[in-house]
Design a protein around this ligand. Structure first.
Ligand SMILES: O=P(O)(O)OC[C@H]1O[C@H](OP(=O)(O)OP(=O)(O)O)[C@H](O)[C@@H]1O
Length: 202
């Protein structure tokens, strides 16, 4: 099970509404293969100033709790969160720096996969907008660990509950999320059905 961040102190309904507005109902091809009836539009969340602020604030609380020195993730979905979190941290006087992981090595300039000042003393929290089957989380955490970096956890705004938490747990990595699709199951199922009915009516 994903560890839900304690958002009782904030407005949980507000967050759920934000997530709902980023879920689109249709047939979508998945990055990880296959297709699905709904898409959690992560970029819509992290490029909306209000959603970004709310989510990065909550993720920063976790980063402080885990006492990490860095926060990062795979471009491009993680970058808005990383930029916002390190800015908020600086405003609070907490030392937190960022990094990002490329999807592939560049064929010009430096050939780093990881951009940022990480070393063997760094402790990191990985972040992303959405976690599905966990392949991005697995790939990025393994890469960092191979480089001697301590990965303290992975936090997504939305966990699609597709087995990632169990996968990460087997790697000794805890998955945190602000919201899960299980939490919205009734609403999601209702909308999938509605979409199917509409398609049949056309
Ligand atoms: O846990 P994983 O299965 O590796 O998926 C994680 C990826 O899913 C999202 O991207 P995107 O919306 O492009 O992916 P999707 O098509 O699978 O929903 C998210 O931004 C991650 O990059």
């Amino acid at each position: 099970m994903t560890t839900m961040l304690d958002i009782k102190a904030h407005n949980v309904n507000e967050l759920i509404d934000m997530v709902k507005q980023s879920i689109l109902f249709d047939q979508f091809k998945r990055k990880s293969g296959g297709s699905c009836d709904y898409y959690v539009h992560g970029r819509r969340m992290v490029l909306d100033s209000g959603v970004l602020l709310a989510c990065s604030n909550r993720m920063l609380d976790l980063a402080i709790r885990l006492k990490v020195s860095h926060v990062g993730g795979e471009v491009a979905s993680a970058l808005p969160l990383v930029g916002s979190m390190i800015t908020l941290a600086a405003m609070k006087g907490y030392a937190l720096d960022g990094f990002f992981i490329r999807e592939a090595v560049k064929d010009h300039g430096f050939s780093h996969m990881v951009e940022g000042e990480l070393n063997n003393n760094s402790t990191v929290l990985l972040v992303d907008d959405v976690i599905g089957k966990g392949s991005v989380a697995l790939r990025t955490s393994r890469l960092l660990r191979q480089q001697g970096v301590a990965v303290k956890g992975f936090c997504a705004i939305v966990d699609r509950c597709e087995g990632a938490s169990e996968l990460l747990q087997a790697e000794g990595l805890e998955l945190f999320s602000l919201c899960t699709t299980d939490l919205l199951k009734e609403w999601i199922d209702h909308n999938i059905l509605l979409k199917r009915k509409l398609l049949h009516a056309e």
